[in-house]
Design a protein around this ligand. Sequence first.
Ligand code: HEC
Length: 116
Amino acid sequence: MRRLAIATTAVVALVLLGWWELDHGPRTPSAAEARTAAEVAGRSIFVADCQECHTVVGHETQPRGGGGDLSITNFSLAEEESFAAIMPVHQPLTPVELKDVALYVIERQHRFARRR
Ligand code: HEC
């Protein structure tokens, strides 16, 4: 009797798991998740293409390339993208990369703006 109960419990658990999988299976990311993914991509673009001249640490700095800190500015996403587009980077950035790096810089602006 005890075995039957265990077997029944196992079957019920598997069926429930199956339903859960069907219900929560592959799905499109939410807007917040997509934004976070863009910021993560933007961070690596920043490190590769902007960091020699800029920082995003929340206070003015003197990086070698002389661009200063970008997180203490207050540009819109569009302004940030158009600045990024004219910067002397190693390889021209694609529109998606420009947007990702701009989102990352703006996320840093907001982070430090909240603390000020
Ligand atoms: C080789 C150096 C260099 C690189 C690489 C570079 N920048 Fe710049 N950037 C500058 C300089 C110099 C300025 C002018 C700074 C000033 O006038 O305060 C500037 C200005 C800016 C500004 C306007 C800042 C302000 O306060 O007016 C933004 C935004 C900006 N850069 C974003 C970026 C982004 C994003 C990247 C990477 C995709 C990047 N830059 C790569 C040198 C660079």
